[in-house]
Design a protein around this ligand. Structure first.
Ligand code: SF4
Ligand code: SF3
Length: 549
């Protein structure tokens, strides 16, 4: 195996023996082969699309295949093998679609080689052998760290974007031009152009551009289905009773579980990135959705162990379950861990409910603790007048967006220390699971405007961008001229596509940590520094002094 797609990659260079995340070499190799097969599908689907023929089934499969290979989503070799088998059928389907499109257009079909000509081998063993030939390590050797790294940057951006597209699709929002771009970009990665650094940089920025549309679609899907998040005081300490903990990012899974548990005497808690769900009118209306339990994904061993009920993982990030809770944790959607019970597409959560009823539940109410969340774009913009006045009157000096993924590395204390050191006349916007580094601290307010504004999940980065754009419009300047600094933490590939979107928007001076991506080659890093003045985080004091002058 060779994998360097996430921030915790071994030695900061690549996991080669076993994933630090728990991904086995077998699962890693099968993921590489699945991505290869997805490229083959895209070769045909892209060409068919250009001639006017598309297929929803093919489009959705490519998105699901990519999302399945995002860090901490699918660790199960069997499910990955099933996806590879399915990919084989979809390649043939895509080929037929392309040939039909050619026939209609009176064109002779191109004879495609490479991934388009790939056919599934008959055994897992052969799949694993084939995976060696398409490994990242080979491409690094063939093209060098800049070109091979840029190819991976594009792929990881697409993986992250696939996650957002999948969430939007589940809520009924799709766009054929977005699917067309997935095919175009994957097809590009198999072309000769994908060795040209300039062409690769241009494609990476295009991923960022299309990802902005995808995030807008997801925002539309979430707010269209569940209403706009509202500032909401939520409980973060447990209450007496049977319990189910829901982690991940999928709003619909939570809604379906809420419906199925109504009147059953079970309390539902959010965990990790599900916390923002407590601010949506369409979700918080359920009385048995009682609050949030725990913090970010990397603390799940301790938190799930201590949780006296059932646990449902809806998307990333799952870790190897401990034996203490293996029989009461469930996966659904694209998440998978070998031997963990999986709730299929019918979303019948009966086994989860039974496990919750069999577990002891909380025996008493914990002392009440609350925080306020729900400052997505609609809520912040409705207070825009007040915010702008406060800036003009010098009451708010600067905005900090401190957001992104959390993770296990010790260096991530930086984000807690930074948030605490931000001067009292500054406002902090936050989003994604990195917020758990400081979201339970009391930051007070500036003339009634809370100093900490939780915008939502990583999936709500669109909301943060809209807030920045609205502020820039109100002040008649560009986003780069605002008294706003972005200090980001990354871990997995959704952060990669958001970063590409920010670069596409021309956002400069971002600080990125806890370490820079291993897949960014030395010359590409130079471009990022020269064109975007992107910098690694240093110390909170140094960075604050630099930002505030
Ligand atoms: Fe390593 Fe991250 Fe890849 Fe897991 S996802 S194998 S930790 S680089
Ligand atoms: Fe977190 Fe996985 Fe990225 Fe959604 S839950 S931000 S790491």
């Amino acid at each position: 195996m060779f994998c360097y797609q996430c921030e915790q990659t071994a030695g900061g260079t690549g996991c080669t023996k076993m994933g630090v995340c728990g991904k086995t070499p077998e699962a890693a190799d099968l993921q590489d082969l699945l991505v290869y097969a997805a490229k083959g599908i895209a070769n045909y689907a892209h060409r068919a699309g250009q001639l006017g023929l598309r297929s929803k089934e093919i489009d959705r499969f490519v998105v699901e295949a990519l999302f399945s290979t995002v860090t901490n989503v699918n660790f199960d070799p069997q499910r990955l093998e099933d996806l590879i088998q399915q990919a084989d059928k979809i390649i043939l389907q895509a080929r037929r679609l392309y040939e039909e499109a050619c026939r209609k257009a009176g064109k002779k079909p191109e004879l495609l080689s490479g991934p388009a000509a790939w056919r599934v081998p008959s055994s897992r063993q052969e799949m694993l052998q084939e995976a060696q030939a398409v490994s990242i390590a080979n491409r690094l050797e063939a093209y060098g760290p800049d070109a091979a790294g840029l190819q991976e940057l594009i792929l990881y951006g697409l993986k992250g974007m696939a996650a957002y597209a999948d969430h939007a699709m589940i809520l009924g929002v799709e766009d054929s031009s977005v699917y067309a771009f997935f095919h175009e970009a994957l097809d590009f990665l198999t072309s000769d152009q994908a060795q040209d650094v300039n062409a690769l940089v241009a494609m990476a920025l295009k991923v960022g551009q299309v990802n902005l549309n995808v995030m807008e679609m997801l925002d539309q899907a979430n707010t269209g289905t569940y209403g706009h998040p509202e500032p909401t005081s939520i409980r973060i300490s447990p209450v007496k009773g049977k319990a189910i903990l829901v982690s991940g990012h999928d709003l619909r899974d939570l809604e379906l579980l809420l419906k199925q548990t109504e009147g059953k005497g079970i309390h539902i808690y959010t965990h990790g990135e599900m916390l923002p769900c407590l601010a949506y009118p369409g979700l918080k209306k359920y009385k048995h959705l009682v609050g949030n339990y725990g913090t970010a994904w990397q603390n799940q061993h301790k938190e799930f162990d201590a949780f006296p009920g059932a646990i449902l993982m809806t998307t990333n990030c799952i870790q190897r379950p401990k034996d203490t809770y293996k029989n009461r944790i469930f996966t659904t959607g694209l998440v998978a861990w070998p031997e963990v019970r999986h709730i299929g597409p019918d979303k019948d959560f009966t086994p989860v409910i039974q496990a919750a009823l069999a577990a002891p539940g909380f025996t008493q109410d914990a002392p009440e603790k609350r925080i306020t969340i729900g400052f997505a774009r609609n809520a912040v913009m409705s207070a825009a007048g007040q915010v702008i006045e406060a800036v003009k009157a010098g009451k708010i000096r600067h905005f900090f967006l401190i957001g992104g993924c959390d993770g296990a590395k010790p260096g991530r204390n930086y984000y807690t220390e930074l948030a605490q050191a931000v001067p009292k006349d500054c406002v902090i916007l936050t989003l994604a699971c990195g917020k758990y580094r400081f979201n339970m601290l009391d930051f007070g307010d500036i003339g009634g405007i809370p100093r900490l504004l939780d915008v939502g999940q990583c999936n709500d980065a669109y909301s943060a961008i809209q807030i920045a754009v609205a502020l820039a419009n109100a002040f008649g300047c560009g986003v780069n001229d605002l008294p706003l600094s972005l200090i980001l933490s990354w871990y997995e590939q959704k952060a990669v596509c958001i970063l590409l979107t920010l670069l596409h928007l021309g956002i400069k001076n971002m600080k990125l940590g806890p370490s820079l991506p291993a897949f960014v080659g030395p010359n590409v890093l130079k471009v990022l520094v020269e064109q975007f003045n992107i910098a690694p985080i240093s110390t909170p004091q140094k960075d604050l002094a630099e930002i505030l002058g």
